[in-house]
Design a protein around this ligand. Sequence first.
Ligand SMILES: CC(C)(COP(=O)(O)OP(=O)(O)OC[C@H]1O[C@@H](n2cnc3c(N)ncnc32)[C@H](O)[C@@H]1OP(=O)(O)O)[C@@H](O)C(=O)NCCC(=O)NCCS
Length: 178
Amino acid sequence: MNAGSPDACSPKKPGWPPVARLGLADIAALRDLEQLCFSYHWSEAQFKLGLERGAFHFLGTKDQGRLTAYVAFSAVAGEMEILNLGAHPDYRRQGLATNLLCAVLHICRKMGIETGYLDVKPSNLPAIALYEKLGFTCYGRRKNYYPDTGESALLYRYDFPHPGADAAKPQSASKESD
Ligand SMILES: CC(C)(COP(=O)(O)OP(=O)(O)OC[C@H]1O[C@@H](n2cnc3c(N)ncnc32)[C@H](O)[C@@H]1OP(=O)(O)O)[C@@H](O)C(=O)NCCC(=O)NCCS
């Protein structure tokens, strides 16, 4: 079971902007934000291909039409992978990435996804803190993984609660937790 803070994904905090699905019309904004967030980034063509093939899902938040944060993920055959996540430098530390990841977890739970995966640079302490807060746990390391810096990747997973887990609890135990 994941050990994220129990209220890390609690219902939307007041003032959190709504999360929306992004589409082809958002590609230029996605590319621009990606360039601000990463030294190694996807091209416009890669975003387009992922969207057109339905291989990736993109969610984002906007402020007066301006893209402020986004997450890209895949969800197939019971597994989810966070492919990219970024918040505009002017909008960081306001809960946008938390809001987006919680939306991904919510969507995946409804899809019956069992496990989520992601990788992160060991030097990326803000992202590591965020993932661990939401209940992702580190299960390994892959050496020389990132082409831009040659850094290793830390591998994280998120185990979605099994739908039958509560029903399987002894009755007295489930009463105690009411
Ligand atoms: C990592 C990133 C997506 C976080 O976005 P964000 O919207 O600022 O994150 P949130 O406001 O939701 O932060 C949630 C938690 O993450 C952790 N966190 C976020 N930024 C942090 C920082 N600079 N230092 C330490 N912890 C941080 C904190 O635990 C924070 O909770 P708190 O603010 O209550 O302490 C953003 O810093 C970013 O775009 N970085 C560049 C791209 C990147 O590294 N993406 C991840 C690739 S794996």
